[in-house]
Design a protein around this ligand. Structure first.
Ligand SMILES: [Zn+2]
Length: 469
């Protein structure tokens, strides 16, 4: 009643109800795919953004409440949460396209020799910048990475303005950032201390895999993750012969029914763990991962290209595990966008089950956005467009021929969209790309550094059997 009277009085003297509120960015006229709790889609929707946050989301009437620094009229295009890529090694883009011709073991025959010869801080930083630009242009706003010298990756990712969960690798042999095995443990601790609390970078620790890391060091990595409350990233049950590979380093595992039950028994599994691939597991293993709150990155494109197998991701999703999507590094699945991964998720599962019903388009878009956020334990601040959440969002061209007629917006996104249809990418309230133009990076300066990296890699690859055809 009070409200009514007050409004009436103001109405009588003809003054506006309230002064327009200042915001940094206002997006209007959007087909707003919110991915909120009720999966609301709003026609002619409006999003108001101030500082790093979404201030409000609503219908067309909302626009009059705000006075924006910058206005983007979406012209009816799709505005949705930025996509989350849960598994990558972005600096490996310098090696993309090498070892594509009948190489039996890509990891050991091509990747490791390339890394041994060529990796240094500069290659890692410049390549990470190249990939971060590509990720932004394909609609990925957050990604998880596992590599070496993650402090260099962090610099590049902040240059471009993406959100990165960056896992410093721990591995049981000498590598570029550590002359001794397991130097990654100390490196990770320094990196975590340096970047804890950063707006864009979530530092993390990444024991490479149980077949390259001993029990003691797996548990040391877990202790660091617990102590600093940071994510732990790892490859898990990725290969058909992985059990035998792991057994060589972990003879104790013979006493347990599976790799996952062994890792649980030694106290390694927990909610901070984000496991990548996750192909070879049974029902009881899935229950264990769920009970321990382990997040899963499903990477069907890399798994099929590398012939490593087919994940029972559909069963994991139906059991309620926290599962999202990843690509793996650019040597494994080449492209780094999540739009094309959604298509694989459904196609691979349907072929495996010979059943065309698994995965609705909505479920696929969930895995690409809010599912990824939950797998990272970031469901509270990422993955949907809601007031109070971080302003990470993208605009997809709804008029592109391949997006037509677009009766169902989720089907158009999951099965129709190409990464090139992403017009605008906004991360942490900052416009990273608009109208397909990157706004954050000096592209000419970057291009000069990238050209130098490429020529160094090409010269060495020519000397490597199976490097370039
Ligand atoms: Zn990987």
């Amino acid at each position: 009643m009070f409200r009514f009277v007050a409004a009436l009085c103001v109405g009588l003297i003809g003054a506006p109800l309230a002064q327009a509120e200042k915001v940094d960015l206002l997006i209007t006229n959007a087909t707003l795919v919110t991915m909120d709790g009720s999966r609301q889609v709003i026609d002619q929707g409006v999003v108001a953004i101030r500082d790093r946050l979404i201030v409000k989301v609503g219908g067309p009437a909302l626009a009059a409440d705000y006075e924006p620094e910058r206005l983007i009229d979406a012209g009816g295009d799709i505005v949705m949460p930025g996509m989350i890529n849960l598994h990558n090694h972005i600096s490996m883009v310098a090696f993309r396209g090498l070892g594509e011709y009948e190489v039996e073991n890509l990891l050991f025959d091509v990747m490791f020799p390339l890394e041994k010869e060529l990796l240094n801080r500069q290659l890692i930083r410049v390549s990470a910048r190249q990939s971060a630009i590509e990720l932004a242009m394909g609609g990925v706003t957050s990604f998880a990475d596992m590599y070496y010298h993650e402090d260099e990756v962090a610099i590049a990712v902040k240059d471009v303005g993406l959100r990165g969960v960056l896992g410093q690798t721990v591995i049981g042999f000498p590598v570029v950032d550590s002359p001794k095995p397991y130097g990654g443990l100390a490196y990770a601790e320094d990196f975590i201390r340096k970047y804890q609390g950063d707006e864009l970078i979530t530092p993390a620790i990444a024991p490479h895999a149980p077949y390259t890391v001993d029990k003691e060091q797996l548990l040391a990595a877990k202790a660091i993750s617990d102590q600093y409350d940071v994510p732990m990233l790892m490859h898990l049950v990725e290969f058909p012969n992985e059990y035998e590979m792991v057994l060589e380093r972990h003879p104790d595992m013979a006493n347990y029914r599976s790799e996952i039950s062994y890792l649980d028994q030694i106290g390694f599994l927990g909610p901070k763990l984000l496991a990548a691939h996750v192909l070879y597991l049974d029902d009881a293993d899935m229950d264990l991962l769920k009970a321990r709150g382990v997040g899963v990155s499903h990477n069907p494109k890399a798994n099929s290209k590398g012939a490593s197998g087919i994940s029972p991701a559909w069963e994991m999703m139906k059991k309620g595990l926290d599962i999202g999507l990843g690509t793996d590094g650019p040597m494994s699945s080449n492209q780094m966008d999540i739009l094309t991964v959604m298509h694989y998720v459904a196609s691979v599962a349907r072929l495996r089950l010979m059943d065309a019903t698994p995965y609705t388009p909505l479920e696929l878009v969930e895995m690409a956005t809010i599912g990824g956020a939950q797998a990272l334990d970031r469901g509270d601040d990422l993955g949907s467009l809601e007031a109070g959440k971080l302003a990470d969002l993208i605009i997809i061209d709804r008029d592109a021929p391949n997006m037509q007629p677009g009766y169902d917006v989720y089907a158009a996104i999951a099965f129709g969209a190409y990464p090139g249809n992403v017009e605008t990418t906004i991360v942490n309230g900052q416009v990273v790309m608009h109208d397909r133009m990157i706004e954050t990076v000096d592209l000419a300066a970057h291009e000069a550094e990238w050209t130098e990296v490429k020529s160094r890699v090409e010269a060495f690859a020519k000397t490597l059997e199976g490097g370039i055809r």
